[in-house]
Design a protein around this ligand. Structure first.
Ligand SMILES: [Zn+2]
Length: 344
């Protein structure tokens, strides 16, 4: 089968790899019908050292179940399923506590002998705990929005939950990538009254406004902090969603949180130490967040997507076939595209 392999920074190829097949009795074999490129795929795309065998890519996908192992009970052949970006058993102590990303038996797509999502098919380990069946056909018009449940919309929701977004809250979202835009949508869904998006790209902030943003701050650094304070009567916001992962973005997030507020960080940190220890201490700002337990949120977010109330799939502004994946990476890296949908 064909699948995406990254060999080093800037070198992504679509090539022949061994066919995905059932190996364990708890596996499912899924033919991928939609996948996408993630903002987090761009970190290795910029920095990865050469690896002779390469790394299988892709952790967001929807597909059709072609086969199941004898112990799979909740998923059947022919089901259209969405996979979260981490697989998990659904039964261990962490899964039971709503944190499937810390599953005792789980893991990441594309690591070891596990397939990546940017390919024709995937062997899904722990299918019962991992996959969620969708009550739609494989080419349903809702596919782009359903695919965001795999990662970006779930991650935006996790940022909002971690930042304690409540009915009537003031919120700021740092980052206008697909996750930031989904964070706006999630904050709006949770009843935020004022949602300030920090971003400079008109096409992106326009979507943010459609998703519920009330204000756009195009400034950066100290000027952005000043502008947010102006917009909030000098107080700062209750909740900040940090959706970038760079130290500067986190520093801005801390400074625009109001005393007693919270920062939910979901951008994969590209730095080692959290800055701002003293200023956040003196203002009782909570710092929370981390990798989003997407599997635990899918059931909650699914109805709003299925019933068309929310359309997170609008973050996809380009579609490629499998052979077009390398150009999809390039387009996202060059900021020509917000997020690239793959239709194998
Ligand atoms: Zn588990």
């Amino acid at each position: 089968m064909r699948a995406t392999v990254m060999y080093q920074a800037g070198d992504v190829r679509v090539q022949d790899v061994p066919d995905a097949r059932i190996r364990e009795p708890t596996d499912a074999l899924v033919r991928v019908t939609r996948a996408c490129v993630c903002g987090s795929d761009l970190w290795p795309y910029r920095t990865m050292e050469a690896e002779p065998d390469g790394r299988r890519m892709g952790h967001e996908f929807i597909g059709v179940v072609e086969d199941i192992g004898p112990e799979v009970a909740s998923i059947a052949r022919g089901d259209v399923v969405v996979a979260p970006f981490v697989f998990s058993d659904g039964t261990c102590e962490f899964c039971t506590e709503g944190l499937p990303t810390s599953c005792r038996h789980g893991g990441f797509w594309g690591v070891g002998d596990v397939d990546g999502g940017q390919g024709e098919a995937v062997r899904v380990p722990l299918a019962d705990g991992t996959l969620v069946a969708l009550p739609v056909g494989e080419d349903d018009a809702l596919m782009p929005s359903l695919l965001t449940l795999s990662d970006v919309f779930a991650t935006g929701h996790h940022a909002a939950e971690s930042a304690r977004v409540r009915e009537g809250a003031t919120v700021a979202v740092v980052g206008d990538g697909a996750v930031g835009l989904c964070g706006v949508l999630a904050a709006h869904r949770l009843g935020a009254e004022q949602i300030i998006i920090l971003g400079r790209h008109r096409a992106r902030t326009d979507i943010a406004q459609d998703f519920g943003a009330t204000d756009v701050v195009a400034e950066r650094g100290g000027e952005a902090v000043e502008r947010v304070h102006e917009l909030t009567g000098g107080a700062g916001v209750h909740s900040v969603l940090e959706c970038v992962g760079l130290e500067e973005a986190f520093g801005t997030a801390l400074r625009i949180a109001r005393p007693g507020g919270a920062v939910g960080r979901v951008g994969v940190p590209q730095y080692d130490a959290l800055p701002g220890a003293q200023s956040s201490f003196l203002r009782n700002v909570t710092v929370s967040g981390g990798i989003a337990p997407a599997r635990a949120y899918i059931r909650e977010l699914l109805p709003d997507v299925l019933e068309g109330r929310l359309e997170p799939g609008r973050v996809f502004d380009r579609t490629v076939g499998l052979e077009g994946v390398p150009d999809g990476y390039r387009a996202m890296e060059d900021r020509e595209a917000i997020k690239v949908l793959i239709q194998p």
